[in-house]
Design a protein around this ligand. Structure first.
Ligand SMILES: Nc1ncnc2c1ncn2[C@@H]1O[C@H](COP(=O)(O)OP(=O)(O)OP(=O)(O)O)[C@@H](O)[C@H]1O
Ligand SMILES: C[C@H](N)[C@H](N)CCCCCC(=O)O
Ligand SMILES: [Mg+2]
Length: 220
């Protein structure tokens, strides 16, 4: 199984929106795709009284694999905030070791062709007082896809993120230009700028409200 970690330039960059399209794209090629949202901040109680996060549900709806909620999202906290704050508010905690263990014991045993793991927020998001979520893809040696939410300010966010992934010894396998907003002035110029400055290929572009991406260019 090849695992890929989806990060973004920020929360709301479109990691989930893009992930769903990547899952469909792979499945259309006959590949099986396991999904994971290891840590989620922001949830609502389902009728059975279990806290559920909408990203995890969207990934579960996209995969053709039978899966349980707990498998996809073992850590879900109430407040839509940074995971370390949200966990503390719930008097809960999560650690890098627990996330690594869950992946090895549960997700990796699925035998899927690909596993897509969605992060939370941007690259450097704390999960507790001493650990960042970025340590998960780094220690697991997962390639990273960066979803750039195309809006003014994204050049700085994208270049900082790409530089930091590299500084931590990570492998940025490519980036996706996603437009979560109806219009961005100079969109093409911004994409060209990122293409020339990010040291990883442009996997594809997703326009505003474009729900079926077919021309990704990605080899894992
Ligand atoms: N290309 C797009 N066209 C239209 N709406 C989009 C697009 N990309 C994202 N959105 C919308 O923007 C919002 C944020 O996107 P999304 O939830 O995918 O962000 P995220 O990076 O996964 O955020 P989080 O950090 O909470 O996981 C959602 O309402 C989503 O439907
Ligand atoms: C609640 C939100 N949608 C995400 N799940 C978490 C975003 C954390 C951002 C932390 C930060 O960088 O300040
Ligand atoms: Mg998301």
């Amino acid at each position: 199984m090849k695992t890929v970690f989806i990060t973004g330039t920020d929360t709301d960059a479109g990691k989930t929106f893009t992930s769903v399209q990547l899952i469909h794209w792979w499945q259309n090629q006959g590949l099986s795709v396991a999904v994971s949202k290891p840590v989620a901040a922001g949830g609502t109680l389902n009728p059975a009284g279990r806290l559920e996060n909408e990203d995890a549900l969207a990934l579960m709806a996209a995969t053709q694999l039978e899966t349980t909620y707990q498998e996809v999202n073992p850590y879900c906290f109430n407040a839509p905030a940074s995971p370390h704050i949200s966990a503390a508010q719930d008097n809960a905690q999560v650690s890098l070791a627990e996330l690594q263990q869950h992946h090895q014991d549960v997700i990796a045993t699925r035998g899927a062709d690909i596993c897509l793991v969605e992060g939370a927020g941007g690259w450097m998001v704390p999960i507790n007082d001493s650990e960042l979520l970025s340590a998960l893809p780094i220690t697991m040696r997962w390639p990273v896809i960066l979803v750039v939410g195309m809006k003014l300010g994204c050049l700085n966010h994208a270049l900082l993120t790409a530089a930091q992934i590299k500084a931590q010894g990570g492998h940025l396998v490519g980036w996706i230009a996603n437009s979560p907003l109806p219009e961005m002035e100079f969109l093409a110029e911004n994409i060209d700028t990122l293409a020339s400055l990010i040291d990883a290929p442009l996997i594809g572009t997703i326009g505003y409200q474009q729900t079926e991406m077919t021309n990704f260019d990605l080899v894992l």
